[in-house]
Design a protein around this ligand. Structure first.
Ligand SMILES: [Zn+2]
Length: 340
């Protein structure tokens, strides 16, 4: 922590409720000597685990930012056993611009574990990796498909080899009480926030709560209720733990998107037409989308077909598509026992 250029104005070891900032050095054309202030709220009370709740890693995913803002505002120390540290929005400038990436083009979620002397996004990643993750037992990182992708709302986890840690990740994933749960791989490189937290042995809970540039009221409710239930499940927030059963709901459907074939990429640039709907069951070889050429209207569109039997769980939300963009994800339906 000592080699980080970032400072935290809060003493995270103090009991009670406090709000402050992470201060990230910046220099801009408007101000040569400046710092970006990233709000952080800490609510601590007695013995218990520490949960770190993070929203807004990507700026165009308001679901988690709003759920975390509500939590930070409403949470009081009497409700907490242990400590809840909330950073509602890590990528402030991206959120203001309503873009996935920072205005600089940086993707905070490709920057972990970061470097203290790297660019700003790596400095922030390094501070999280070295100063905040070590304090946490549970790391909650709330995502959605953002403007470009529409996901079935789900909670998710990476496959990790350690069975004890994996069991905790499964428990956290189920505690969100989404209709769908997804085990996934990262097809777009390395440097994920959750990957570094997992590497440090943390219980990591993450989501993809819809997306497509529009958030419904039911998604906001799911973000809020799921987050609270995860905190209850790990003993840091007071109250009865809700299960699918106590909510009168059937068990979650488990999806595995752990094979690169699950992720269907555009073979050419053009205008994407979805042929299958979100949540639809499809067979291997079934048509799920088409890419039309704007330049050559007489050309038959390129067909996107499923490479496995499964459920359409992600659909590209904007039609304009470049070659190599992911347009559809078809996840395999799996049984809970596969995660044991
Ligand atoms: Zn995201």
């Amino acid at each position: 922590m000592s080699d980080s250029p970032i400072t935290c104005t809060l003493d995270l070891g103090q009991p009670g409720k406090r709000s402050g900032h992470l201060r990230l050095p910046r220099s801009s054309n408007q101000s040569g000597w400046s710092t970006q202030w990233i709000p952080v709220t800490c609510v601590a009370n007695g013995e218990g685990p520490t949960a770190l709740v993070l929203g807004g890693v990507h700026g165009d995913e308001p679901e988690g930012q709003i759920a975390a803002l509500n939590l930070a505002r409403e949470l009081s120390p009497e409700q907490v056993s242990g400590r809840v540290i909330v950073i509602p929005c890590l990528s402030l400038e991206a959120s203001r611009a309503y873009t996935r990436l920072w205005p600089s083009g940086a993707n905070l979620n490709r920057s972990f574990p970061g470097r203290p002397n790297g660019p700003p996004e790596e400095q922030l990643a390094h501070f999280l990796s070295t100063a905040l993750f070590p304090l946490a037992d549970v790391v909650v990182d709330i995502h959605s498909g953002g403007r470009t992708g529409l996901c079935l709302p789900w909670s998710e986890m990476h496959w990790v080899d350690d069975p004890t840690q994996r069991h905790e990740l499964v428990e956290g994933m189920l505690a969100w009480n989404t209709d769908w749960c997804c085990v996934y791989i990262d097809i777009a490189g390395t440097g994920l926030l959750v990957g570094e937290a997992e590497r440090q042995g943390k219980i990591v809970v993450s989501t993809e709560l819809g997306g497509g540039g529009h958030v419904t009221a039911s998604i906001h409710r799911l973000a809020r209720s799921g987050l609270a239930n995860v905190l209850r499940r790990f003993g840091v927030l007071e109250g009865e733990i809700e299960t699918r059963e106590t909510l009168g709901l059937p068990p979650q459907a488990l999806l595995m998107a752990t094979d690169s074939d699950n992720y269907l990429l555009a073979p050419v640039s053009g205008l994407f037409e979805a042929v299958a709907d979100l949540g639809q069951r499809v067979r291997e070889g079934e048509l799920v989308g088409r890419i039309h050429s704007l330049e050559l209207p007489e050309l038959e569109p390129d067909e996107i077909v499923a490479r496995n039997d499964g459920v359409v769980c992600v659909i590209r939300a904007i039609a304009t598509t470049e070659q190599g963009d992911n347009v559809v994800v078809v996840a395999r339906e799996a049984d809970r026992s596969e995660l044991d």
